[in-house]
Structure formats: C-alpha cells, structure tokens
Design a protein around this ligand. Structure first.
Ligand SMILES: *[C@@H]1O[C@H](CO)[C@@H](O)[C@H](O)[C@H]1NC(C)=O
Ligand SMILES: *[C@@H]1O[C@H](CO)[C@@H](O)[C@H](O)[C@H]1NC(C)=O
Length: 495
C-alpha cells in the first residue's frame, strides 16, 4: 500500500513538474491577455474544431490581440486587420524556421541559403517570365479542354459527343484534368509516355498526402500515417535532375531551382522534395479554380454575369481582327474585368484557410496600429489568421454568403477606417500570388466561353474547416456535374 501511494505521489510530482516547466506560465507585464484553456492541451480542441469561431469568441473577451496555447506552443494572434503591415514588416517575426519546418517535416529536405534561393527563384514567376508561363499554361489548357470531351479518364479516345450531348464528371476530377494537368505541364514540361511522374497519378497521390499535411508539418512522424508514406513514395519517383534539365519545355523556375541546388551539392532526393513543394504551392491555383467553378454553378446569376462580361470583352476585340483568327488577350485585358476579379476574390475570401505564422526571434515590443504596445516573448510564435478577418461581419456583410459581385467597386471598413487588404488568401510572402490569380481567371474565362456546365440535381458541398492551415480549404465532398461543348465559340489565346 505504502509503496503504491509513494509511487502515485512521485508520479503526480513529476506531472506537476512537467506542467510547470513546459505548459504553465505567468503572464508578464504588458504581454497580451491569455485565453484560458485546458490543463494539458491548452486551446487545441476549440481551435481545431472551428478556428474562426474560437478566435472571434476570444476576440470578444480579450480584445484584438491575445495569446493562445496549442499543447506546449504559445501563439499570439493579431486580429486587427489594420496592423497587417506592421505584422508583415516586423523583422523579429521570422518565417525561416516555419518554412524549414514544413520542408523538413513534410517534404524531407532542407534548402541551403533559402532566402537567396527564394528571392532569385521568385523572380522567375513575375514580370516577363509570368507572361511566358501564362502562354504555356493557356496552350496546355486549350489541349486539356479538347481532351475532356474526347477522352475518358484512362485516356481512351471517344467520338466527340455531337448534337449537344452532355458528359458527366466529378468536379474535382474535371478540375484536375484541366487546371492541375496544365499547371503540371507548365512546371515540368510535357511528360513522356513512359513517365509515371505525370499529372493525374501525381494528383491522386497529392490528394492523399494533403490529408496528413497539418499533422506532418507539426512534426508527427510520417510513419504514423502509412497511407501518406505510400503516397510520398510514389510522389518522389521523379525523373532525375539531368533528365528534367534536358527538357526544352521545363519552366524557368524549376530550371533555376535545380541548377541552384546542384551548385550547392544537394542530393537528388532533396531536389525532388523541393519539386514537390513547388507543386504543393501551385496546388492552390487548382483549389481556387475548383471553388470558383463550384460557386459559379451554385449561383447561376454569377455564371450569367461572368459569361456576359467575357462575351462583351470578346466582341469588343473581334471588331479589330478577322473571323478565323483567335482573339488575343493579355494580362491587362484579363485584369480589367471587374466581375471576374470579384468572383476570384470572393472565392478566396470564402475558402481560404491560410495561417500566417512567424517565429519570434527576439523579445519584441510590438506596436499595434492604434498605438497600443505589447511585449512578445522570444521563442513564442505570432500569427495572423486571415480567415477570421474574411468572416468578420463588420468588414463583410453576411460573411457566410457567397456574393459574386461583392468586390465590384467596393471598399471595406473596420472601426470606421478602410481595410487596405481585405482578402489575404496567400499570406504576405508568396511571390506567385499574381500568377496564381491570373491562371484561375484565365481558366474561368475559357470555361464560360467554351462550355455549358451544370451541377447535377441535389449536389452540393462546402469547405472543410478541419483543414485550417491549408492556404485554400478542400471541399468536404466532391460533386457531380455535366458539361458540353458549346456549338460555336470564339477561340481565345493569351499573349
Ligand atoms: C476584436 O476586438 C476589438 C477590440 O475590442 C474590436 O474592435 C473588434 O471589432 C473585434 N473583432 C472581432 C472580429 O470581433
Ligand atoms: C486550341 O485547340 C484547338 C484544337 O483542339 C485548336 O484548333 C486551336 O487552334 C487551339 N487554340 C489555340 C489558341 O491554341
């Protein structure tokens, strides 16, 4: 008996010691208020169940900056949208360790001198490079649009359905066969017939792998998730770097990153890991396109408004070219369509799950935009969670509703002042933001131009909030649609 009580006593002392050392702490003067949470897990449960609701509730009781605890990690959340610039410019808020953690835990590689590499590589997705990328993306997209009506998913040829015959498909599969396939080929060039590293099988493995993404970047070993391990094994079966570099249609980005990593004597496995990260980032374009397409189908008036806008832009251009030539659009043309722009922004607002987390490199006095100062501790993390802004009813009326024209000539206010960045779907650091948005826009233009598309009776879905932390949330379930080529349409081209 005595032995057992001694044992229990010792065990409780050990537990309390662990608690005091790792979990408990006292708030210091001028630190943000702490949100009360469970003894061991902190705020994990509420945060995981519905992050936006939890953060809004904490904002009510604590104000617009507060600290939460996820297991042993203290995380200060800045809720004030006006403090966005201060947050992104604070030099003690460091993204490097976060980026390292993702690369290491999820994709098993490390970048040597990541800042330099990302700065240089970032250039290859902007300016005139971006135009080149858009040209090849639009060429591949045109090919895939032809394929979806003439080939089944296994690549077997069919007659082109005539006389307005409909084809049916799952919407995600349809988006994968068009947008994802075009993104993939734009990045890695056209795969050869014998390649197993080809768009649709990579897509399927990515779908599996992404389910475990949050667990893995937090550092849980991938061996806990056999399905993920199997998917990763397939994903790293890639052509070697010399094979990729020999492809004329390889993207500038991958050419640059591969040569850079080879120069740093990095191993093939690390180059392949990095290729996957790049594909993972591009995957957001696929997700935005999926959602935009879904909302267009769910809100018929949005589809009609967009078709009308695109048709008017085509008619305007057609006055100046002969009938059998493609109508040519450039970047400015695509950017000048207000309804298209609003649909893409509204899509990102309703479906983004991005978490902008930074490590606090030094004890920092952080001044909010309203002049309030707070002390933040070295070793903690600090974050903004854009979905909580995107769903703030003071900024966006009826934030749960999709309103396709919400962003047409609109400005948004919080506490009486204009919010400069009302939609922050890709965080502040993504160099390919503009490219991703332009690719989604071009896809939608070509889609409404060439196809009739409808949701099948009774089909619906919504973003899966269990995946917060993913830049764009995946849907809870796929939906079935039917589509057919329009009898006649204008050929479009991007230059
Ligand atoms: C958070 O709290 C601040 C200060 O009390 C308030 O102005 C703001 O509207 C709140 N935000 C949300 C999303 O509730
Ligand atoms: C798109 O593909 C079709 C064949 O499916 C072709 O006739 C057309 O010229 C292509 N358009 C462009 C702009 O490449």
């Amino acid at each position: 008996m005595v032995a057992i009580s001694m044992y229990l006593f010792a065990a409780s002392v050990a537990l309390v010691a662990v608690y005091l050392k790792y979990l408990y702490r006292r708030r210091r003067r001028d630190e943000p208020p702490m949100v009360p949470g469970g003894l061991i897990w902190g705020n994990c449960k509420e945060f995981g169940e519905h992050a936006v609701r939890f953060l809004h509730k904490s904002n009510k009781s604590c104000g617009d900056i507060f600290t939460i605890r996820l297991l042993h990690q203290y995380l200060t959340i800045v809720m004030d949208p006006h403090s966005y610039d201060r947050f992104t410019r604070e030099k003690n808020f460091d993204f490097d360790p976060i980026q390292k953690q993702v690369n290491h835990n999820v994709f098993s590689f490390e970048l040597i001198n990541p800042r330099k590499m990302l700065k240089e590589a970032g250039k290859t997705v902007r300016g005139h490079y971006m135009n080149n990328i858009m040209q090849s993306f639009s060429k591949y997209l045109n090919e895939t649009f032809a394929d979806i009506s003439t080939k089944d998913i296994l690549g077997n040829l069919h007659e082109i359905p005539k006389g307005g015959k409909w084809c049916t498909s799952n919407l995600r599969v349809l988006t994968a066969r068009t947008v994802f396939t075009s993104l993939f080929k734009t990045i890695f060039g056209n795969p050869r017939p014998e390649d197993t590293f080809e768009p649709m099988s990579v897509f399927e493995n990515f779908e599996i792998y992404h389910k475990y993404f949050n667990y893995m970047w937090l550092g849980l070993p991938s061996s806990l998730f056999p399905a993920a391990t199997k998917a990763l094994k397939a994903l790293v079966k890639q052509p070697c770097s010399s094979d990729l570099l020999s492809r004329e249609d390889l993207s500038h980005y991958i050419r640059f990153s591969t040569e850079y990593m080879l120069n740093c004597n990095q191993a093939e496995a690390e180059i392949m890991g990095h290729n996957l990260v790049y594909l993972h980032v591009n995957y957001n374009t696929f997700r935005v396109s999926f959602w935009a397409m879904y909302f267009l189908l769910e809100h018929r008036e949005a589809w009609v408004a967009l078709s009308t806008e695109v048709q008017a832009a085509i008619d305007e251009k057609k006055q100046y070219c002969s009938n059998d030539e493609p109508v040519v659009f450039n970047l400015e043309d695509v950017d000048s369509l207000p309804i298209l722009d609003s649909i893409v922004k509204e899509t990102m607002r309703t479906t983004s799950g991005v978490f902008m987390v930074r490590a606090i490199a030094e004890d920092t006095e952080f001044e909010m935009e309203n002049g309030q100062k707070y002390y933040l501790r070295k070793g903690d993390k600090v974050a903004m969670y854009p979905p909580a802004l995107h769903k703030d009813p003071e900024i966006f009326e009826e934030p749960e509703q999709f309103k396709y024209d919400r962003f047409v000539d609109a400005t948004f206010y919080k506490n009486g002042r204009e919010v400069k960045n009302p939609v922050i779907a890709f965080g502040s650091l993504c160099p390919g933001k503009r490219l991703a948005i332009t690719q989604s826009k071009w896809f939608l233009m070509c889609l409404v131009n060439m196809f009739d598309l409808e949701l099948l009776e009774g089909q619906s879905t919504c973003p899966d909030s269990a995946y917060h932390g993913h830049e764009i949330l995946p849907p809870k379930n796929d939906v079935e649609v039917r589509f057919r080529h329009k009898d006649s349409f204008q050929t479009l081209s991007f230059e």
